[in-house]
Design a binder for this molecule. Structure first.
Ligand SMILES: [Zn+2]
Length: 100
């Protein structure tokens, strides 16, 4: 059991580093070919839908990191836009209150 925990403790940073260095890996469905043999014999090779013909697949942590980064960027732009709108509304309301 302790060996298992040790293996996980050592394996996780190694895997994380690997995901940073090489975020993609060969598609497991087509073996990095981008296409796979047809269902029947002598039928043409078919486009791999899993990797969309690229033969590369992003590793799971890389995909999660990309999703989090995208969500953070979206949140940042939306909050900036909301702040700008609030400032615009405040500026529009201020002169009216001064004139009255
Ligand atoms: Zn594939």
């Amino acid at each position: 059991m302790t060996i298992l925990i040790l293996a996980i403790l050592i394996g996780l940073p190694v895997y994380g580093g690997l995901c940073l260095i090489q975020p993609t890996k060969a598609c497991r469905r087509c073996g990095g070919w981008g296409s796979k043999p047809g269902r029947r014999r002598r039928s043409p090779r078919r486009h791999c839908a899993r990797c969309d013909g690229t033969g590369r697949r992003f590793r799971v942590p890389a995909r999660i990191a990309h999703r989090i980064r995208g969500a953070m960027r979206r949140h940042a732009t939306l909050t900036a836009r909301a702040a700008a709108r609030a400032a615009e509304a405040g500026r529009a309301a201020a002169p009216r209150s001064e004139t009255r």
